[in-house]
Ligand binder design. Sequence first.
Ligand code: SF4
Ligand code: SF4
Length: 318
Amino acid sequence: MTTSKQPTGLILNIQHFCTHDGPGIRTTVFLKGCSLRCKWCSNPESISLKPELAYKRSQCIGAKACGLCLKEPCVERAFYVVEGEDDRVHVNWDLATDCGKECADVCPTGALYMFGQEMTVDEVLAEVEQDSAFYRESGGGITLSGGECQLQADFCGALLAEAHRRGIHTAIETAFNVPWANVEKVLPHVDLVLHDHKLTDSDWHKKWTGVDNRQIMANFKRAYETFPNTQFIARTPIIPGVNDYEAHIRSTLALIRQYPNVIDYELLPYHRYGESKYEFLGKVYELKDFTSPTAESLQRLQAIIDEAFGRSGQPAEG
Ligand code: SF4
Ligand code: SF4
């Protein structure tokens, strides 16, 4: 129930026992909505700021055995069967308006389901605090991710402030492509910011993510300077042919090494996850040609970072 006056957020998923989203064992809350359109995105369900209908055809038991979605609920008549095929339904995605009012509820097998659930701060923290014993043991806490969590800035600020009040360490994963007014609401309640730095060149940034990086770059610098007691870790998802080149790594280092509160720079090798989710949402995965970076390429780039941070002999993860 969402009856209190607390701000509510549109939550995609709450994942327990995460170990790559900040220190210790963490509970990661994925928020819906993103302001970038990265061509390699493996989370298409996180892009829209609205709840979204999804359909796994392999789980449909067919119109004869069930057929519930073909009857009452859908006023748009978005579901149909094709004669001569097996009788599992198809979705006309032009008609499926994502209202999700009833079709996902009536589907007995979970073939139809919704991405995105509205939750209050207390509801999220009730689930997060199930893991408090692990936070205490491991130095972990809560991490907000997305999509771009800072798009829901009022909710994020309220959630993280309350987590702090309860003694929970807070982190966010962000690409910083939001107005500064959003950042000001969120960052005062954040202990650690894990932020993407996808591409240095603004035109390339636009080509690959849909927007140039001017707002992002301005936000980086302003955030480092405005929140000197907050820790930052820069991250680059390495996509071969897009940003696996030394100039990008060196220019990121030239920026972040000016700020002592940027404590590290991590490389995240691209993996081809999430392709099937495009199909479940009736979307097309445009770029099937991306490959994962090689271990050699990662090691070469990691060595540049290690040298800049005064480390040596630390092999990159493959
Ligand atoms: S309600 Fe679900 S299982 Fe039943 S026909 Fe529709 S999609 Fe298939
Ligand atoms: S920032 Fe992340 S969620 Fe948003 S489009 Fe890029 S890869 Fe997808």
